[in-house]
Write a protein that binds this ligand. Structure first.
Ligand code: GMT
Length: 382
Protein backbone atom coordinates (compact mmCIF):
# COMPACT_ATOMS: atom_id res chain seq x y z
CA UNK A 1 0.00 0.00 0.00
CA UNK A 2 0.98 3.63 -0.42
CA UNK A 3 0.26 5.32 2.87
CA UNK A 4 0.44 8.97 3.87
CA UNK A 5 1.13 9.58 7.57
CA UNK A 6 0.70 12.90 9.35
CA UNK A 7 1.80 13.46 12.94
CA UNK A 8 3.47 15.97 15.21
CA UNK A 9 7.14 15.46 14.42
CA UNK A 10 8.20 15.94 18.04
CA UNK A 11 9.16 13.71 20.98
CA UNK A 12 5.52 13.35 22.14
CA UNK A 13 3.97 9.90 22.35
CA UNK A 14 1.70 10.31 19.33
CA UNK A 15 4.62 11.39 17.12
CA UNK A 16 6.71 8.46 18.33
CA UNK A 17 3.91 5.97 17.65
CA UNK A 18 3.28 7.40 14.15
CA UNK A 19 6.97 7.39 13.26
CA UNK A 20 7.57 3.87 14.52
CA UNK A 21 4.46 2.72 12.69
CA UNK A 22 5.80 4.19 9.42
CA UNK A 23 9.11 2.41 9.92
CA UNK A 24 7.43 -0.91 10.72
CA UNK A 25 5.07 -0.64 7.74
CA UNK A 26 8.00 0.18 5.42
CA UNK A 27 9.83 -2.90 6.73
CA UNK A 28 6.79 -4.90 5.57
CA UNK A 29 7.08 -3.41 2.07
CA UNK A 30 4.56 -0.53 2.22
CA UNK A 31 5.48 2.83 0.73
CA UNK A 32 5.27 5.52 3.41
CA UNK A 33 4.94 9.27 2.92
CA UNK A 34 5.29 11.39 6.06
CA UNK A 35 3.63 14.79 5.72
CA UNK A 36 4.46 17.31 8.45
CA UNK A 37 6.12 20.66 9.17
CA UNK A 38 9.44 19.04 9.91
CA UNK A 39 11.01 15.63 9.71
CA UNK A 40 9.84 13.41 12.61
CA UNK A 41 12.58 13.33 15.23
CA UNK A 42 12.65 9.55 15.49
CA UNK A 43 12.71 9.03 11.72
CA UNK A 44 16.24 7.66 11.66
CA UNK A 45 15.59 5.24 8.83
CA UNK A 46 17.44 4.74 5.56
CA UNK A 47 14.61 2.74 3.99
CA UNK A 48 13.98 3.67 0.35
CA UNK A 49 10.29 3.17 1.03
CA UNK A 50 10.13 6.11 3.47
CA UNK A 51 9.66 9.63 2.14
CA UNK A 52 9.18 12.97 3.83
CA UNK A 53 7.13 15.89 2.47
CA UNK A 54 7.57 19.15 4.30
CA UNK A 55 4.59 21.44 4.80
CA UNK A 56 5.88 24.90 4.01
CA UNK A 57 4.01 27.90 5.31
CA UNK A 58 3.69 31.25 3.72
CA UNK A 59 4.60 33.94 6.19
CA UNK A 60 2.83 37.21 5.65
CA UNK A 61 2.63 40.13 8.10
CA UNK A 62 -1.16 39.86 8.11
CA UNK A 63 -0.94 36.34 9.56
CA UNK A 64 -0.26 36.60 13.23
CA UNK A 65 -0.53 32.80 13.24
CA UNK A 66 0.31 31.14 9.89
CA UNK A 67 -2.64 28.92 8.83
CA UNK A 68 -0.91 25.54 9.29
CA UNK A 69 -4.09 23.47 8.96
CA UNK A 70 -4.67 24.90 5.47
CA UNK A 71 -1.07 24.49 4.33
CA UNK A 72 -1.18 20.90 5.60
CA UNK A 73 -4.44 20.17 3.73
CA UNK A 74 -2.93 21.52 0.52
CA UNK A 75 0.21 19.39 0.94
CA UNK A 76 -1.86 16.29 1.77
CA UNK A 77 -3.90 16.69 -1.43
CA UNK A 78 -0.74 17.29 -3.48
CA UNK A 79 1.09 14.24 -2.08
CA UNK A 80 -2.01 12.04 -2.42
CA UNK A 81 -2.25 12.97 -6.10
CA UNK A 82 1.42 12.84 -7.07
CA UNK A 83 2.23 9.72 -5.07
CA UNK A 84 -1.11 8.05 -5.75
CA UNK A 85 -1.76 7.35 -2.06
CA UNK A 86 -4.17 4.57 -1.14
CA UNK A 87 -4.82 6.00 2.29
CA UNK A 88 -4.05 8.87 4.63
CA UNK A 89 -3.50 8.04 8.30
CA UNK A 90 -3.41 11.01 10.67
CA UNK A 91 -2.28 10.85 14.29
CA UNK A 92 -3.83 13.28 16.78
CA UNK A 93 -7.17 14.74 15.81
CA UNK A 94 -6.37 18.42 16.01
CA UNK A 95 -5.81 19.83 13.45
CA UNK A 96 -4.70 16.79 11.42
CA UNK A 97 -8.08 15.16 10.90
CA UNK A 98 -9.59 18.50 9.87
CA UNK A 99 -6.83 19.06 7.31
CA UNK A 100 -7.31 15.50 6.04
CA UNK A 101 -11.03 16.14 5.64
CA UNK A 102 -10.29 19.24 3.56
CA UNK A 103 -7.74 17.38 1.43
CA UNK A 104 -10.28 14.64 0.81
CA UNK A 105 -12.88 17.17 -0.36
CA UNK A 106 -10.36 18.92 -2.60
CA UNK A 107 -9.60 15.66 -4.38
CA UNK A 108 -13.18 14.65 -5.21
CA UNK A 109 -14.26 12.70 -7.19
CA UNK A 110 -10.99 10.84 -6.56
CA UNK A 111 -11.33 8.86 -3.35
CA UNK A 112 -8.87 9.28 -0.47
CA UNK A 113 -9.75 7.18 2.59
CA UNK A 114 -8.76 8.90 5.83
CA UNK A 115 -8.04 7.21 9.16
CA UNK A 116 -7.69 9.22 12.36
CA UNK A 117 -5.93 7.80 15.40
CA UNK A 118 -6.88 9.39 18.71
CA UNK A 119 -4.01 9.49 21.17
CA UNK A 120 -5.29 11.13 24.32
CA UNK A 121 -4.84 14.80 24.93
CA UNK A 122 -6.53 15.51 21.57
CA UNK A 123 -9.66 14.19 23.34
CA UNK A 124 -9.06 14.69 27.06
CA UNK A 125 -7.62 18.19 27.05
CA UNK A 126 -7.85 19.89 23.69
CA UNK A 127 -11.00 18.31 22.34
CA UNK A 128 -12.91 18.99 25.55
CA UNK A 129 -12.32 22.71 25.27
CA UNK A 130 -15.74 23.83 24.08
CA UNK A 131 -14.22 25.89 21.28
CA UNK A 132 -12.53 22.82 19.75
CA UNK A 133 -15.18 20.23 20.57
CA UNK A 134 -17.53 20.73 17.59
CA UNK A 135 -14.77 20.61 14.97
CA UNK A 136 -13.07 17.64 16.63
CA UNK A 137 -16.39 15.78 16.76
CA UNK A 138 -17.04 16.67 13.12
CA UNK A 139 -13.66 15.45 11.91
CA UNK A 140 -13.93 12.20 13.89
CA UNK A 141 -17.36 11.54 12.41
CA UNK A 142 -16.19 12.29 8.89
CA UNK A 143 -13.04 10.16 9.00
CA UNK A 144 -13.44 6.88 7.10
CA UNK A 145 -11.80 5.02 9.96
CA UNK A 146 -11.09 6.00 13.55
CA UNK A 147 -8.88 4.21 16.04
CA UNK A 148 -8.16 4.88 19.71
CA UNK A 149 -5.12 3.63 21.60
CA UNK A 150 -7.06 2.21 24.57
CA UNK A 151 -10.54 1.08 25.55
CA UNK A 152 -10.58 3.96 28.05
CA UNK A 153 -9.95 6.53 25.31
CA UNK A 154 -12.43 4.91 22.91
CA UNK A 155 -15.23 4.91 25.49
CA UNK A 156 -14.41 8.42 26.65
CA UNK A 157 -14.68 9.64 23.06
CA UNK A 158 -18.05 7.92 22.60
CA UNK A 159 -19.27 9.51 25.80
CA UNK A 160 -17.84 13.01 25.76
CA UNK A 161 -18.26 13.65 22.06
CA UNK A 162 -21.52 11.71 21.71
CA UNK A 163 -20.04 9.80 18.82
CA UNK A 164 -22.25 7.09 17.34
CA UNK A 165 -19.86 5.65 14.76
CA UNK A 166 -17.61 2.69 15.65
CA UNK A 167 -14.10 3.42 16.86
CA UNK A 168 -11.57 0.61 16.56
CA UNK A 169 -9.35 0.05 19.59
CA UNK A 170 -5.80 -0.69 18.48
CA UNK A 171 -3.33 -0.33 21.33
CA UNK A 172 0.11 1.23 21.13
CA UNK A 173 3.05 -1.05 20.54
CA UNK A 174 6.73 -1.43 21.15
CA UNK A 175 9.47 -3.00 19.08
CA UNK A 176 10.45 -5.77 21.49
CA UNK A 177 13.81 -6.29 19.75
CA UNK A 178 14.82 -2.67 20.30
CA UNK A 179 13.25 -2.33 23.75
CA UNK A 180 14.82 -5.25 25.59
CA UNK A 181 17.12 -5.49 28.54
CA UNK A 182 20.77 -5.41 27.56
CA UNK A 183 22.60 -3.63 30.34
CA UNK A 184 25.35 -1.21 29.37
CA UNK A 185 27.65 -1.60 32.42
CA UNK A 186 29.52 1.61 31.72
CA UNK A 187 26.28 3.59 31.66
CA UNK A 188 25.05 1.92 34.83
CA UNK A 189 28.28 2.78 36.65
CA UNK A 190 28.07 6.35 35.39
CA UNK A 191 24.71 6.96 37.06
CA UNK A 192 24.94 4.51 39.96
CA UNK A 193 28.66 4.24 40.81
CA UNK A 194 27.99 2.48 44.12
CA UNK A 195 25.32 0.09 42.91
CA UNK A 196 22.44 2.40 43.84
CA UNK A 197 18.97 1.53 42.54
CA UNK A 198 18.03 3.53 39.47
CA UNK A 199 14.56 5.06 39.20
CA UNK A 200 13.50 6.69 35.97
CA UNK A 201 10.82 9.06 34.74
CA UNK A 202 10.18 9.91 31.09
CA UNK A 203 7.74 12.57 29.90
CA UNK A 204 7.17 15.92 28.27
CA UNK A 205 7.11 17.56 31.74
CA UNK A 206 3.63 18.99 31.20
CA UNK A 207 1.42 19.58 34.29
CA UNK A 208 -0.55 16.39 33.50
CA UNK A 209 2.60 14.34 34.21
CA UNK A 210 2.90 15.63 37.80
CA UNK A 211 6.71 15.69 37.71
CA UNK A 212 6.96 17.26 41.16
CA UNK A 213 5.20 14.14 42.50
CA UNK A 214 8.05 12.15 40.95
CA UNK A 215 10.52 14.12 43.07
CA UNK A 216 8.33 13.71 46.17
CA UNK A 217 8.14 9.95 45.67
CA UNK A 218 11.86 9.68 45.08
CA UNK A 219 12.61 11.75 48.17
CA UNK A 220 10.68 9.22 50.27
CA UNK A 221 12.22 6.18 48.54
CA UNK A 222 15.79 7.32 49.03
CA UNK A 223 15.21 7.59 52.76
CA UNK A 224 14.83 3.80 52.73
CA UNK A 225 17.32 2.76 50.09
CA UNK A 226 20.26 4.31 48.27
CA UNK A 227 18.96 5.34 44.91
CA UNK A 228 19.33 7.68 41.95
CA UNK A 229 16.59 9.25 39.84
CA UNK A 230 16.99 9.90 36.12
CA UNK A 231 14.54 12.47 34.76
CA UNK A 232 14.27 12.20 30.97
CA UNK A 233 12.51 14.78 28.81
CA UNK A 234 11.82 18.46 28.97
CA UNK A 235 8.88 20.81 29.25
CA UNK A 236 7.17 23.53 31.24
CA UNK A 237 7.35 21.84 34.65
CA UNK A 238 11.06 21.06 34.51
CA UNK A 239 12.16 24.11 36.49
CA UNK A 240 9.63 23.40 39.27
CA UNK A 241 10.93 19.84 39.50
CA UNK A 242 14.55 21.02 39.50
CA UNK A 243 13.77 23.58 42.17
CA UNK A 244 12.03 21.00 44.34
CA UNK A 245 14.93 18.55 43.99
CA UNK A 246 17.33 21.30 44.98
CA UNK A 247 15.27 22.45 47.94
CA UNK A 248 15.12 18.87 49.21
CA UNK A 249 18.91 18.73 48.89
CA UNK A 250 18.73 15.81 46.50
CA UNK A 251 21.80 17.20 44.70
CA UNK A 252 23.48 14.61 42.51
CA UNK A 253 20.91 11.97 43.40
CA UNK A 254 18.53 13.39 40.78
CA UNK A 255 19.87 13.91 37.28
CA UNK A 256 17.89 15.83 34.66
CA UNK A 257 18.97 14.42 31.32
CA UNK A 258 16.70 16.44 29.04
CA UNK A 259 15.43 14.94 25.77
CA UNK A 260 17.20 11.73 24.82
CA UNK A 261 17.61 10.03 21.46
CA UNK A 262 17.77 6.46 22.67
CA UNK A 263 15.76 5.81 25.79
CA UNK A 264 15.94 2.01 25.40
CA UNK A 265 19.54 2.07 26.58
CA UNK A 266 18.66 4.11 29.66
CA UNK A 267 15.59 2.03 30.48
CA UNK A 268 17.83 -1.02 30.31
CA UNK A 269 19.82 0.13 33.32
CA UNK A 270 16.75 1.20 35.34
CA UNK A 271 15.18 -0.70 38.23
CA UNK A 272 11.85 1.11 38.39
CA UNK A 273 9.80 3.66 36.45
CA UNK A 274 7.66 6.32 38.15
CA UNK A 275 4.62 7.59 36.23
CA UNK A 276 2.28 9.44 38.63
CA UNK A 277 0.30 11.20 35.85
CA UNK A 278 -3.01 12.93 36.42
CA UNK A 279 -4.29 11.11 33.35
CA UNK A 280 -2.79 8.94 30.64
CA UNK A 281 -4.71 7.49 27.72
CA UNK A 282 -2.18 4.69 27.33
CA UNK A 283 1.26 5.47 28.75
CA UNK A 284 3.65 4.45 25.99
CA UNK A 285 6.70 5.03 28.18
CA UNK A 286 5.34 2.54 30.72
CA UNK A 287 5.14 -0.09 27.99
CA UNK A 288 8.67 0.73 26.80
CA UNK A 289 9.93 0.31 30.36
CA UNK A 290 8.07 -2.98 30.77
CA UNK A 291 9.62 -4.33 27.57
CA UNK A 292 13.01 -3.60 29.21
CA UNK A 293 11.96 -5.58 32.32
CA UNK A 294 11.39 -2.44 34.36
CA UNK A 295 8.32 -2.57 36.65
CA UNK A 296 6.26 0.63 36.78
CA UNK A 297 4.67 2.45 39.71
CA UNK A 298 1.93 4.52 38.11
CA UNK A 299 -1.37 6.26 38.73
CA UNK A 300 -4.44 4.10 38.45
CA UNK A 301 -5.95 6.28 35.74
CA UNK A 302 -7.06 6.26 32.11
CA UNK A 303 -5.62 3.49 29.99
CA UNK A 304 -2.75 2.62 32.36
CA UNK A 305 -4.60 -0.39 33.89
CA UNK A 306 -4.91 -1.78 30.35
CA UNK A 307 -1.11 -1.82 30.13
CA UNK A 308 0.11 -2.46 33.69
CA UNK A 309 -1.40 -5.26 35.79
CA UNK A 310 -1.42 -4.09 39.39
CA UNK A 311 0.80 -6.33 41.52
CA UNK A 312 2.16 -8.20 38.49
CA UNK A 313 4.01 -5.75 36.24
CA UNK A 314 4.15 -2.91 38.73
CA UNK A 315 1.73 -1.05 40.98
CA UNK A 316 -1.26 1.16 40.29
CA UNK A 317 -2.03 3.75 42.92
CA UNK A 318 -4.57 6.58 43.16
CA UNK A 319 -3.10 9.73 41.57
CA UNK A 320 -1.56 12.27 44.02
CA UNK A 321 -0.94 9.53 46.63
CA UNK A 322 2.80 9.98 46.74
CA UNK A 323 3.20 8.27 50.12
CA UNK A 324 1.61 5.05 48.88
CA UNK A 325 3.56 5.18 45.62
CA UNK A 326 6.80 5.62 47.58
CA UNK A 327 5.95 2.76 49.96
CA UNK A 328 5.23 0.39 47.05
CA UNK A 329 8.37 1.47 45.21
CA UNK A 330 10.66 1.11 48.25
CA UNK A 331 9.19 -2.28 49.21
CA UNK A 332 9.71 -3.62 45.70
CA UNK A 333 13.27 -2.36 45.50
CA UNK A 334 14.03 -4.07 48.80
CA UNK A 335 12.80 -7.44 47.60
CA UNK A 336 15.12 -8.74 44.88
CA UNK A 337 13.11 -11.86 44.08
CA UNK A 338 9.83 -10.03 43.71
CA UNK A 339 11.52 -7.27 41.73
CA UNK A 340 12.99 -9.74 39.27
CA UNK A 341 9.71 -11.63 38.91
CA UNK A 342 7.83 -8.39 38.21
CA UNK A 343 10.40 -7.31 35.63
CA UNK A 344 10.02 -10.62 33.82
CA UNK A 345 6.26 -10.50 34.02
CA UNK A 346 6.33 -6.98 32.57
CA UNK A 347 8.48 -8.12 29.66
CA UNK A 348 6.17 -11.08 29.06
CA UNK A 349 3.14 -8.78 29.05
CA UNK A 350 4.79 -6.55 26.43
CA UNK A 351 5.78 -9.56 24.32
CA UNK A 352 2.36 -11.19 24.39
CA UNK A 353 0.15 -8.16 23.96
CA UNK A 354 1.95 -5.12 22.58
CA UNK A 355 4.75 -6.21 20.26
CA UNK A 356 4.89 -4.24 17.02
CA UNK A 357 4.62 -7.40 14.91
CA UNK A 358 1.16 -8.11 16.38
CA UNK A 359 -0.19 -4.57 16.43
CA UNK A 360 1.02 -3.50 12.99
CA UNK A 361 -0.81 -6.50 11.53
CA UNK A 362 -4.00 -5.14 13.13
CA UNK A 363 -3.44 -1.79 11.46
CA UNK A 364 -2.85 -3.45 8.09
CA UNK A 365 -6.15 -5.34 8.41
CA UNK A 366 -7.95 -2.17 9.41
CA UNK A 367 -6.46 -0.29 6.44
CA UNK A 368 -7.72 -2.99 4.08
CA UNK A 369 -11.16 -2.92 5.68
CA UNK A 370 -11.46 0.86 5.40
CA UNK A 371 -10.23 0.92 1.79
CA UNK A 372 -12.71 -1.85 0.92
CA UNK A 373 -15.73 -0.43 2.75
CA UNK A 374 -15.12 3.26 2.29
CA UNK A 375 -15.95 4.23 5.85
CA UNK A 376 -18.83 3.76 8.25
CA UNK A 377 -21.96 5.64 7.16
CA UNK A 378 -19.72 8.42 6.03
CA UNK A 379 -21.79 11.01 4.15
CA UNK A 380 -18.64 11.88 2.22
CA UNK A 381 -18.07 8.28 1.14
CA UNK A 382 -17.28 7.91 -2.58
O1 GMT B 1 1.11 13.89 26.95
C1 GMT B 1 1.79 13.15 26.29
O2 GMT B 1 2.37 12.17 26.74
C2 GMT B 1 1.89 13.39 24.82
C3 GMT B 1 0.73 12.78 24.13
C4 GMT B 1 0.90 12.87 22.64
O3 GMT B 1 -0.13 12.89 22.02
O4 GMT B 1 1.96 12.91 22.06
O5 GMT B 1 0.65 11.42 24.59
C5 GMT B 1 -0.57 10.78 24.44
O6 GMT B 1 -0.40 9.81 23.41
C6 GMT B 1 0.52 8.75 23.73
C7 GMT B 1 0.66 7.85 22.51
O7 GMT B 1 -0.55 7.28 22.14
C8 GMT B 1 0.00 7.99 24.96
O8 GMT B 1 0.88 6.94 25.29
C9 GMT B 1 -0.10 8.96 26.14
O9 GMT B 1 -0.67 8.28 27.24
C10 GMT B 1 -0.98 10.15 25.79
N1 GMT B 1 -0.90 11.15 26.84
C11 GMT B 1 -1.94 11.43 27.64
O10 GMT B 1 -3.02 10.90 27.55
C12 GMT B 1 -1.67 12.45 28.69
Amino acid sequence: MKIGITCYPTYGGSGVVATEMGKELAALGHEIHFISYSIPIKLNSTSELIHFHEVEMLNYPLFEHPPYALALATKMAEVATHQNLDLLHVHYAIPHSVSAYLAKQMLLPRRLPVITTLHGTDITLVGNDRSYLPITKFSIERSDGVTAVSVYLRDLTYREFEIRRPIEMIPNFVNCDVFRRSTNRELKTKYAPNGEKILVHVSNFRPVKRVTDVIEIFDRVRQKTTARLLMIGDGPERSSAEWLAKSKRLGCQVVFLGKQESIAEILSIADLMLLPSETESFGLVALEAMACEVPVVASNVGGLPEVIRDGQDGFLVKPHEVDTMALKAAALLADDRKHQAMGQSARQRALENFCSSKIIAQYEQYYEQVIRNGGFNNPDKH
